[in-house]
Design a protein around this ligand. Sequence first.
Ligand code: SAH
Length: 212
Amino acid sequence: MFEQEREELVLTLRKRGIKSEKVLNAFLKVERHNFVPEIMWFNAYKDVALPIGQGQTISQPYTVAYMTEALDPKPGQKILEIGTGSGFQAALLSEMGARVFTIERQFDLYNQTLKLFDKLGYKIAARCSDGTIGWSEFAPYDGIIVTAGGPTIPENLKKQLAIGGKLVIPVGDKNSQTMNILTKISESQFAVKESPYFAFVPLIGKEGWKEK
Ligand code: SAH
């Protein structure tokens, strides 16, 4: 179902500058409509963010593609995601062969998405907790991707990243963030690339925004 819509979406992503064939191929395989409520299926393959309940959103496909291309996960690598949400980003990483660990702070979303992973046959490790403190049991990670916007880069995530690994995280105020792409060079050194004008839901937690 929706094969043609997925191909059109991939064409849009190419036009917007996504070059990684591995990423584009994963977008052809992962069925985004399964990750949004059925009343929004008609919009599932448009390049727009969509509400998924609990005041959260599934990010715009271009943003997901951009972050995944920046992360560049290789088969067998351990990747930690903060902000499971609908599960779409995690499914994409899993489709690319990564071993995915994902954390969601909202219990209802966590529960719903865990069931969806099961139903769709994705083998993804999920937990419900504050992702700003990471998941130390399985560290270090070859890559960490944060899909909510925080005020700063959580120290715990920097610590739990392997040398040579990449951390992709939007940082800024609550309305607009800059995408930070860090590469860990040594325990204390990171190379940083930044690209502006992204908008995410807030990263809430110990090393994020405080809950109202
Ligand atoms: N990657 C998701 C995007 C979901 S939106 C997708 O593909 O659909 C971001 C999610 O981050 C929300 O579900 C929100 O509840 C969650 N979140 C915010 N702060 C968090 C934190 N500290 N730890 C874990 N999840 C968090």
